[in-house]
Design a protein around this ligand. Structure first.
Ligand code: NAD
Ligand code: 0WE
Length: 258
């Protein structure tokens, strides 16, 4: 039997270390036969990403800080040169200033708002803009991004990140509409809390994991590998009728009213 992603080429943005959700997505996609390219944000993370990418034979790695437009442009130029096309993209990037995740949303300054929305929401549009010709060259493709329930509801101290995730989820719908005719699908996975670099140092995160575990229908926390396997489904033709959606991989937590 052939593998689900056999012969497919995918780009993964947002690996920082082995706990990154992006890395779990990469492992699942590679397990199902995909060939992958990775990006790293700045020289500081290059060694980490290179070491992980080296465990998956045939992987490519490129620098890409999404706040630098020229880096996004040259990333897709490089992929075009190496592969001549692309089948899927995983956008696993978010950032807000630490000071904006500490107290009240009402205190957010314009600069902090612009940073959070620029890195965490606009970057998906920039990536889709540049990726579209490469995906189209292969007859279409699948783009996924990662979001969190704080984009739909208030999650105390998620603050401007919640506003950014709402913009991201809305962007997913507009991008899906614009790119649908090219057979490019765009979806979001809304993950439950997972202990990654981006979650570390968030005060009360451990209590949050415990609370979700107690309340969620599945009575356990979300594992990065569960998000990875849903991403594989969304990259594969099994999900060919799905676009513009947010799929919840959260042990069922988001269905609760209590
Ligand atoms: P992570 O820290 O491993 O990944 C975040 C990534 O964003 C890092 O690789 C970082 O380099 C990258 N990044 C930040 N600013 C960037 C920039 N300017 N240019 C390029 N890359 C940049 O943490 P993670 O938890 O794996 O986060 C990945 C995604 O998952 C984020 O969108 C996050 O909002 C989302 N998410 C996380 C959780 C959770 O609880 N960990 C839950 C739901 C959704
Ligand atoms: O999307 C996220 C976190 C994203 C994130 C994390 C940081 C920490 C370090 C964005 N920017 C920064 N900036 C930093 O300086 N999550 C879904 C994880 C998360 O973060 C929270 C959460 C959850 C869940 C913050 C407050 C409340 C809940």
């Amino acid at each position: 039997m052939t593998k689900l992603l056999e012969g497919k080429k995918g780009l993964i943005l947002g690996v920082a270390n082995k706990r990154s959700i992006a890395w779990a997505i990469a492992q699942s996609a590679a397990h199902h036969g995909a060939q992958l390219a990775f990006t790293y944000q700045g020289e500081r993370l290059m060694e980490n990403v290179k070491e992980l990418a080296d465990t998956l034979p045939g992987s490519l790695i490129f620098p890409c800080d999404v706040m630098q437009e020229d880096q996004v442009t040259s990333l897709f130029d490089n992929i075009q040169k190496s592969w001549g096309g692309l089948d899927f993209v995983a956008h696993c990037i978010a950032f807000a200033k630490a000071e904006d995740l500490e107290s009240d949303y009402v205190k957010t300054k314009k600069d902090g708002f612009d940073t959070a929305l620029g890195v965490s929401a606009y970057s998906l549009t920039a990536v889709c803009q540049k990726a579209a010709p490469l995906l189209e060259a292969r007859g279409g493709g699948s783009v996924i991004t990662l979001t969190y329930l704080g984009g739909d509801r208030v999650s105390p101290r998620y603050n401007v990140m919640g506003v950014a995730k709402a913009a991201l989820q809305s962007s997913v719908r507009y991008l899906a509409y614009d790119l649908g005719a090219k057979n490019i699908r765009v979806n979001a996975i809304s993950a439950g809390p997972i202990n990654t670099l981006a979650a570390r140092g968030i005060s009360g995160f451990t209590d949050m994991l415990k609370m979700v575990k107690e309340k969620a229908p599945l009575k356990r926390n979300t594992e990065a590998a569960e998000v990875g396997d849903t991403a594989t489904f969304l990259f594969s033709s099994l999900s060919r009728g799905i676009t513009g959606q947010t799929i919840y991989v959260d042990s069922g937590y988001s269905i609760l009213a209590v």
